[in-house]
Write a protein that binds this ligand. Structure first.
Ligand code: PRX
Length: 636
């Protein structure tokens, strides 16, 4: 077995040789001429001149070696549906979907928005886009129409793919209806909408000339064969929107060849999954984890992937372990919040099934606290691997790498830098590297390794300004996370440096939520902070200034107003961003120059010292906040 230190050093000292070797893990229609082009920092091009296709690598290339192996297993505990597709069947379905899209004029470079629940057709649609060289943008189904419209207007898709409805916790989510509303709100609506009707929404109606029923189009293309469109390695494969400091989501743009290689390498070195084995990732296709480790990663690696629709505790809290046993899952990927949810359930559910097939359980998306890690590790007797990464990177930055070398793990730490990531911890003010156990901003010295974002969709300037302009001393990519490194080289992530909050592993921007709340006609001003939460990591808390105080004169009126504000967030952004608590106040704590003291607000809400308040303009504002929090804590 290799040695982590040697592999890591080699990846940093000889990146071109290192990545040229990894590139052998995927098929190239035409070999690349140059491994790396970094002539225009910080823009990075990997495998220049190489032609490849993600769908070919995920599907077609396995037809020769494993046509009858299951490629995708679908389990919905919401509808009771279960189905599976071999690589041969997956190939046929993806060709059908691609033929349908091609018939509607979708071709190379065209954008397609996919707004879908967890059904196999969502994966077929993604792979079909990749096959055609079209750029998909999957929007998480928990986002409301207005958020969807913002993404439509930024990506300008020619076509959208959606489903009639989805189900979550037994409740129906009317996707098609939400799309209709989004198209009404958007300035650049797509010409066509392809709808997969699951029969869940009986009242669904189609708009003639725009809406197309997928089932009948598929019938016309049962034997379709659509050749993969070969893309130059740097051509975009997809856009995935994510939150940042501003209210406007950023379209993270991913390349094709670099992503294929990065995923193939990660499947081997980090996830240690072998072709023919099974991977179960419990995320959603709307998030980066779903893109990389439900759809593309396992399939590129010739593994069976499990696609799951449902919560971790229905029909009972043993459901995931039942799936692990029945489908002989070897590699599993989930989130700390999901494990904390399971931890609250009776312990017997953990021992109902034989999970000895499971080698490693990977957890990512938010800090993994030590008690949770220890609990699940002891209960399942599998090793727990904390991985740290971001939508922007597409694959892990810090992780255990059992495919390279088994290393001792420290609970609470995602471990060591992954090969390819040249990391530093910089002092926020001076830009100098911090010492052992000292807090700094985690940065990556460019060029970024393959698979990371190549730019922000349509906005190269924003890419440079957002990610590469945080330190005057050197050109580095900022992760916007605080971290420390201990004397043994283990990293510890301490939370975001910007105004991004993380609720149950879902990344939300405080500005976005503030803008949503401001849409309420009686709210003059609002501040949103993330507050520590035992289950979800963080919870959204809003402090809102009411325009007309007579509207909150009685306790009933206050409660009504709070509900209205929450409903506004549901409508504008989606229920995932709904505040756990809305405090109604008459002013917010600001400095004399008018800057909101957000960190002090957050500290107070978490019961901590609010820090330096010498710049505070009006002390009465803080008294109100203190009173509101005290009252809330009493009623909690
Ligand atoms: O703050 C870090 C946190 O989640 C952010 C990225 O979220 P997202 O773009 O949704 O990508 C998730 C990909 C797994 C990071 O900036 N984060 C992610 N993983 C961890 C984490 N914080 C602590 N520990 C982790 N393992």
């Amino acid at each position: 077995m290799a040695n982590y230190q040697d592999v890591y050093r080699n990846s940093i000292d000889n990146p071109e040789a290192f990545w040229a070797e990894q590139a052998n893990l995927v098929d190239w229609h035409k070999p690349f001429d140059k491994v790396l082009d970094y002539s225009r920092p910080p823009f990075t091009k990997w495998f220049v001149g190489g032609l490849t296709n993600l769908c070919h690598n995920a599907v077609d290339r396995h037809l020769a070696t494993r046509p009858e192996q299951k490629a995708l297993v679908y389990i919905s505990v919401e509808t009771g549906a279960e189905s599976s597709y071999t690589f041969r069947e997956l190939h046929a379905e993806v060709n059908r979907f691609a033929a349908v899209l091609r018939d509607q004029g979708v071709g190379k470079g065209d954008r397609v928005i996919i707004y879908m629940p967890m059904i196999p057709e969502a994966a077929f649609a993604m792979l079909a886009c990749a096959r055609l060289g079209a750029v998909h943008s999957v929007v998480f189904g928990g986002f409301a129409s207005a958020s969807l419209a913002t993404r439509i207007d930024d990506a300008r898709p020619g076509l959208m793919v959606t489903a009639g409805a989805g189900m979550r916790g037994g409740k129906s989510i009317p996707y098609k209806h939400l799309v209709d509303e989004a198209l009404r709100l958007s300035a650049h609506p797509p010409q066509k909408v392809v709808i997969v009707n699951r029969g869940l929404d009986k009242g669904m109606s189609l708009t003639a000339g725009r809406d197309l029923d997928y089932a009948s189009l598929r019938d016309q293309h049962m034997d379709a064969r659509v050749d993969p469109v070969w893309l130059e390695s740097s051509e975009p494969s997809y856009i995935l929107y994510t939150s940042g400091t501003t209210g406007k989501p950023k379209g993270v743009q991913r390349d094709t060849g670099g992503y294929a290689v990065a995923l193939a390498a990660s499947m081997r070195h980090i996830y240690a999954g072998r072709p023919g084995e099974t991977m179960f990732t419990t995320s959603d296709i709307g998030w980066v984890v779903g893109h990389s480790y439900i759809v593309y990663g396992p399939l590129i690696n010739g593994m069976t992937t499990i696609m799951y629709e449902g919560l971790p505790i229905r029909p009972d809290p043993a459901i995931w372990w039942k799936i692990v046993e029945e489908h002989k899952v070897n590699v599993m990927f989930s989130s700390p919040t999901a494990i904390r949810v399971l931890k609250k359930q009776p312990a017997e559910y953990l021992h109902k099934h034989d999970v000895s097939c499971l080698r490693n359980l990977y957890l990512a998306g938010e800090p993994l606290d030590e008690p949770t890690a220890r609990w699940i590790s002891d209960a399942l007797k599998v090793s727990i691997i904390d991985n740290y990464w971001q939508t922007e990177t597409g694959w892990p930055i810090l992780s255990g790498m059992p495919g390279i070398e088994e290393q001792p793990r420290k609970f609470g730490s995602p471990g060591f830098p992954v090969y390819g990531f040249n990391l530093k911890l910089l002092h926020e003010g001076t830009g100098r590297e911090v010492g052992v156990n000292e807090k700094g901003v985690l940065v990556v010295v460019p060029p970024l390794p393959p698979g990371c974002l190549s730019t922000v969709w349509g906005d190269d300037k924003r890419f440079v300004n957002t990610y590469f302009s945080n330190f005057e001393t050197e050109l580095v990519y900022s992760t916007f996370d605080w971290a420390t490194r201990d004397e043994d080289g283990y990293y510890f992530i301490l939370g975001r440096t910007d105004d991004v909050i993380n609720v149950a592993g879902h990344r939300l921007g405080t500005r976005e939520i503030e803008e949503a709340i401001s849409a309420h006609p009686n709210i003059a001003e609002v501040a949103v902070v993330g507050v520590q939460d035992g289950l979800k990591g963080q919870a959204v808390m809003a402090f809102a200034v009411v325009k007309d105080a007579s509207r909150i004169a009685t306790p009933e009126a206050i409660s009504r107003m709070e509900k209205e504000v929450m409903a506004t967030v549901d409508k504008e952004l989606g229920a995932i961003a709904r505040p756990a608590k809305v405090h109604l106040v008459t002013m917010l704590p600001k400095t004399r120059s008018g800057k909101l003291l957000r960190r002090s607000l957050q500290a107070l809400a978490e019961g901590r010292d609010p820090g330096d308040l010498t710049t505070l303009d009006d002390p009465a504002s803080l008294d109100q906040i203190r009173a509101a929090i005290a009252q809330w804590q009493e009623t909690k």
